[in-house]
Design a protein around this ligand. Structure first.
Ligand SMILES: [Zn+2]
Length: 75
């Protein structure tokens, strides 16, 4: 499920995981303040996972000739 960011005037920015079919939040559940949806390019990025995001996307052809840096080649 995608992660949406909202700006709360009391709490600052926070993330909410919502179904794509869910209506956007109008108020912050935690404090009841009106919130604004923040525009973020990283909606689908899992923050703090560290690592795999930096790996180059090699091949994806599924052949046996995967490059040496390909994570799947080491499995
Ligand atoms: Zn709040």
């Amino acid at each position: 499920m995608p992660i949406y960011e909202y700006d709360c005037p009391k709490c600052g920015r926070f993330d909410v995981i919502q179904k794509m079919t869910s209506a956007p939040l109008k108020t912050h559940d935690a404090c009841g303040a009106k919130v604004k949806k923040a525009l973020s390019a990283g909606s689908f990025v899992v923050k703090g996972s560290g690592g795999s995001g930096a790996a180059p996307a090699c091949g994806s052809a599924g052949s046996s000739g995967a490059c040496s840096t390909c994570p799947s080649a080491k499995a």
